[in-house]
Design a protein around this ligand. Structure first.
Ligand code: ADP
Ligand code: MG
Length: 482
């Protein structure tokens, strides 16, 4: 278990997050930007760097990168030059990657995160545009390696933070927040399994109070937000152990092993490439006009934080509940649609937080994969306001809806004879009857045996064949007993 930072050392962490942009075509070519297609089908002479082919910039990619910058409050650079980053690798057909070395499209900015210790703004260094490389495969059953160039030239933004993160938990929250932002902005699908969102973690440790940075280790190949936290925890522990022994931390690149959660060395600083950056001569500088920048600013969607505030104001929900509802765009959209078909927003919330969330966990599904439409949930929320007991609806109606699909909650409840006609008026005489039938128990309750409330509730359930809204019943019992 990771110990919350020893009193002697302070971890220093900086993240580099690669975000694949949701464009139709590639950054400098017209080939489809499409994951999962047959290998080497989304390629062209430009992607394969045939001599004489010339790159052209994808305007949509610029727009998506600017959206991210605006969401983070970065300064948007309006004069852009692309640079060649030269290195040799089999999945890099050109022998260089086009990136932005000196004129990143976004400079500075911040991302707000919340951890148990409070809310903090994490400073960004830059967000730049670059193209992705292809992908090599090393099938275990074969001595050959394979290469797929479909991914080559896919537009990416790389978001680079300042080294200002001090807890693995902060890194975890930051990446979670970034994933949330990019999906709300519609610029990336946020899918870490498919590599649409990837993260390198730079980690060092220094004595508390020191202002100089220690030598850093860069951890590559992390495929989940959870692994980012695990890898940093392990790496901080490893470095502290070294320093405690009087050893030095070697500046190097390490890769993360999912099974052991540990990191292993890939290459040390001396082997790190000199990329010999220089401006791409085949692409003229890009000028972003004030007018276009203005139009992008005007068309920005609402950010998760703004939507959260809107929910708090509109429905008087707590900050935690609003956070839960905006945790992902999927949940937010589902809630919005369900609440539009319902007169009981509170019930919609309770359904989502309670039974629906447990069901999703149990089945390992996301809400859009659940066989229950927002309209059906809205109807359930209304029924359980007074016509149907919540616990019966959870036990009987929900499973029926999920296995049947398309059914109406009201019809199913009606067929099963579960709809209650009770309201306060019809229930009140029953409550009075019960209290009159058990005078000793009422006296005992009044003397302080508050646990008897359950007994009275049980009697009421018996009389109504369990078809009673516990909320109304509780209110009535309280009214007559107190
Ligand atoms: P490099 O040239 O090795 O790529 P950069 O200066 O570009 O290093 O920084 C890359 C990332 O590493 C940034 O997110 C930065 O905040 C982080 N970083 C830089 N130095 C350190 C350090 N000593 N400890 C932790 N993170 C660091
Ligand atoms: Mg780097």
């Amino acid at each position: 278990m990771y110990q919350d930072v020893s009193s002697k050392y302070q971890p220093v962490i900086g993240l580099e997050v690669h975000i694949q942009l949701l464009t139709e075509s590639k950054l400098f070519a017209r080939d489809a930007n499409q994951y999962g297609d047959a290998p080497n089908t989304n390629i062209s002479v430009i992607t394969l760097a045939h001599p004489g082919s010339l790159p052209r910039i994808n305007k949509k990619a610029l727009e998506l990168a600017i959206r991210m910058g605006l969401a983070c409050g970065s300064e948007i650079s309006q004069y852009l030059i692309f640079d060649r980053k030269n290195y040799f690798y089999p999945d890099l057909p050109k022998g260089f990657q086009l990136t932005q070395d000196r004129t990143p499209i976004c400079k500075g900015g911040l991302v707000e995160i919340t951890t148990k210790s409070g809310t903090r703004n994490i400073k960004l260094n830059r967000i730049h545009l670059e193209e992705d490389a292809g992908k090599s495969f090393h099938p275990p059953e074969s001595a050959d390696s394979l290469v797929d160039f479909n991914r080559a030239g896919t537009p990416l933004i790389e978001l680079v933070t300042e080294p200002v993160i001090h807890q693995p938990e902060e890194a975890y929250q930051l990446l979670t927040e970034i994933r949330k932002l990019v999906t709300y902005l519609g610029i990336c699908d946020g899918n870490m399994d498919e590599g649409s969102l990837r993260c390198d973690c730079n980690v060092s440790v220094r004595l508390k109070g020191d202002t100089d940075l220690g030598s850093k280790v860069e951890i590559k190949n992390m495929n989940s937000v959870r692994n980012v936290r695990r890898a940093i925890e392990k790496e901080v522990e490893r470095q502290i152990e070294l320093l405690d022994k009087g050893d030095m931390v070697v500046s190097e690149t390490r890769s993360f092993n999912d099974k052991t959660a540990g990191t292993v060395s890939m290459r040390t600083k001396e082997e790190i490439n000199d990329y010999r950056y220089f401006p791409e001569p085949d692409l003229s500088p890009v000028q972003i006009s004030n007018d276009w920048l203005h139009r992008i600013r005007e068309s920005m969607p609402m950010l998760p934080n703004e939507l959260k505030q809107q929910i708090e104001d509109r429905y008087a929900f707590s900050s935690e509940d609003a956070l839960f509802l905006t945790d992902s765009l999927e949940v937010f959209n589902y809630f919005t649609q369900a609440v539009n078909t319902s007169n009981h927003p509170n019930n919609v919330l309770n359904w989502l937080k309670g039974p629906i969330q447990s069901l999703l966990k149990e089945k390992g599904l996301s809400i859009s994969e659940l066989n229950l439409s927002p309209g059906q949930l809205g109807e359930l929320a209304d029924l359980t306001a007074n016509k149907l007991s919540f616990s019966i609806a959870v036990k009987q109606i929900l499973p029926a809806l999920i296995s049947e699909s398309n059914g109406s909650p009201r019809d199913i409840a009606g067929k099963l004879g579960l709809l209650q006609d009770q309201n306060e008026d019809s229930l009140e005489p029953l409550v009075v009857d019960i209290l009159e039938a058990f005078p000793e128990k009422v006296a005992a309750y009044k003397k302080g045996k508050k646990g008897l409330l359950g007994f009275f509730m049980g009697q009421l359930m018996k009389k109504t064949d369990s078809k009673v809204d516990p909320r109304i019943a509780n209110e009535l019992l309280a009214k007559h007993l107190n």
